[in-house]
Design a protein around this ligand. Sequence first.
Ligand code: ZN
Length: 210
Amino acid sequence: MPSFNRATNLEFDSTTSESTEEINISREDAEAAVRTLLLWVGDNPNREGLLDTPSRVVNAYSEFFSGYGTDPAVMLSRTFEEVDGYKDIVLLRDITFQSHCEHHMVPIIGTALVAYLPAKKVVGISKLARVVDAYARRLQTQETMTAQIAKCIENALQPEGVAVIIKAQHQCMTTRGVKKPGVEMITRTFSGAFCDNIDMERRLMELVKA
Ligand SMILES: [Zn+2]
């Protein structure tokens, strides 16, 4: 059973994003907050159809935001060096993810491409997809998430280069506000050889388009 008493970071050190203070929000507090929103939108939280809604919403939030309970660096801590001299690009694409925008708390749905050029260490490929999820299952901006994934891989594997490309649709733009369905946002972070070496960047882009 997941724990529903979540430690919540009240204050962040902006340089490290580490919490400096923690408080515990109980499940009851979270459900009461949902009931408040139900009242605020003009409905009756006591009618039959809504009675269990606060509990369901809190369960759903536990899933949507499970990334806060994970440490992506730990996911990449098991590395391998025995690759028989393999020295080329390792690339995973079409990694689907669901995130939530930190401004409106509505879904960001998209795919990530993650690539690195190993120096010595490689990592199990499913771990890269887990890192994408660990950052996606938090309140995010697409720009931040792109940079965080790249930084995490860089720190763990110390590769020759890292590339992360994210394509996503933001429901805060498609279903509200400017209401432009179908608009896709693309962000990328390239580092090391994918930045400095034009040939390597070209080879990467060939794989991306393949
Ligand atoms: Zn938004």
